[in-house]
Design a protein around this ligand. Structure first.
Ligand SMILES: Cc1c2[nH]c(c1CCC(=O)O)Cc1[nH]c(c(CCC(=O)O)c1C)Cc1[nH]c(c(CCC(=O)O)c1C)Cc1[nH]c(c(C)c1CCC(=O)O)C2
Length: 377
């Protein structure tokens, strides 16, 4: 019960009101956010990630900060997505909004997977309703030269925003994140979002040396981006390999897993649980766990107890309510939440989440209700 009060709704609100978007971000942030001694033992999310018992399952939602929230839309009005990702005060406020509103057991740092690529000088635009669009796609060895490792000075706003957030979050853990090499490569090779990832897979099959060189460089960019977040104090990291489910298991193991393993391995023993997530990855769950995850994120297509069986012992699971379940009648939704909880309880550790991000049309009130259902057990 005491944990519920500590982590409950509203606790994160008051101080955060002093953080406003825009001009406040100018200049370096000098106040170091407090580290939080003992948080790893107190916070449900961090306990579940280590497969330790919790009073109830921890819950957060991928894309909890975003278009489903009116307060987010108000703050973002007139501010291009990539500009908002460079403004420490705006990042802080947007990250806090869903924690304040829903009382989730974690905050996820507001950014995008292409932010580190833009930070090393790539010309990428985020087009509303489409996603990232790359001006000069990478399709040959020459294109590789656009990719260099990311240094902390490339992203000063990331460090600043993490410090601001740690000062505001109380006992709520902060999850940092990055895109995995394959998912980043898909945007860079295709030039934008793709349904089939055909150009990406063509490069993978026809020029395997170039492919591995590309993914190796992307792994370094991703490690650099995560390192800034971990050094600034995030409590966990999630590696988004959203589009890895486009591959069969053999190709995933051969062309992708070693590079994701390099990223995850860089944070072995760093004291931050590593969550590894993708969509449509039912056949890849074993390999994604073996790549070095403490927690494997699962989409809604595989029942969570079956997912845990595939992932095997020694890892926790995260997921996996269908994001469209929010549109179901209350009794249907409650049944689905309860089913996820019961199946998740069979795993060694379970973090409740959706199977993919919150859909923009989602009623925030329904998300608040889901948090309550999960916390009621
Ligand atoms: C698909 C996409 C990308 N980048 C973008 C899109 C969306 C295109 C659209 O629908 O308009 C652009 C984007 N990314 C984000 C926004 C802002 C708000 C929002 O969509 O709610 C916008 C407009 C935040 C984000 N973008 C991302 C997060 C990650 C953290 C989180 O879960 O909150 C946020 C807040 C990460 C991201 N970014 C991307 C991927 C594949 C991922 C991994 C997660 C996933 O599979 O959805 C690429």
């Amino acid at each position: 019960m005491s944990e519920r009060t500590e982590q409950g709704r509203g606790r994160v609100g008051a101080a955060a009101d002093t953080v406003t978007g825009g001009a406040a971000a100018a200049g370096p942030v000098t106040t170091a956010g407090p580290r939080r001694p003992g948080l790893a033992e107190r916070a449900r999310l961090l306990r579940a990630a280590r497969r330790e018992p919790t009073d109830v399952a921890p819950v957060w939602f991928m894309r909890q900060a975003g278009r489903a929230l009116p307060e987010y839309r108000a703050l973002r009005a007139g501010v291009p997505m990539l500009d908002s990702c460079k403004d420490a005060a705006l990042i802080t406020e947007i990250t806090l909004q869903p924690v304040r509103r829903f009382g989730t057991d974690a905050a996820i740092f507001f950014s995008d997977i292409v932010v580190p690529l833009v930070a090393i000088g790539m010309d990428i635009d985020i087009v509303a309703g489409t996603g990232p669009v790359v001006a000069q796609p990478i399709r040959d060895a020459e294109g590789l030269s656009a990719l260099r490792p990311l240094a902390p000075d490339d992203v000063p706003y990331i460090h600043d925003a993490v410090r601001l957030l740690l000062a505001e979050l109380g006992d709520v853990p902060l999850i940092g994140f990055a895109g995995a090499p394959f998912t980043l490569a898909s945007y860079l090779v295709e030039g934008g979002p793709s349904r089939t990832h055909a150009r990406t897979k063509r490069l993978m099959y026809t020029a395997p040396d170039l492919w591995h060189a590309l993914l190796d460089r992307l792994a370094d960019v991703t490690i650099g981006f995560l390192r800034v977040q971990v050094d600034a104090g995030v409590d966990a990291v999630q590696l988004f390999d959203s589009w890895a489910g486009a591959l069969d298991e053999a190709d995933y193991r051969r062309y992708v897993a070693p590079h994701s393993a390099k990223v995850l391995g860089a944070f072995e023993g760093a004291g931050v649980p590593r969550i590894h997530f993708g969509v449509n990855t039912g056949e890849l769950l074993t390999a994604m766990g073996e790549a070095g995850a403490d927690v494997v994120g699962v989409d809604w297509r595989v029942a969570l107890d079956e997912a845990a069986r595939r992932i095997g012992p020694g890892r926790a699971v995260q997921g996996n309510l269908d994001p469209t379940a929010v549109f179901a009648p209350p009794d249907v939704l409650a049944g689905k939440v309860s089913d996820v909880l019961q199946r998740g309880a069979k795993a060694e550790g379970h973090i409740f989440n959706l199977g993919h991000g919150v859909l923009p049309e989602t009623d925030p009130g329904v998300l608040a209700h889901i948090v309550d259902l999960v916390h009621e057990g």
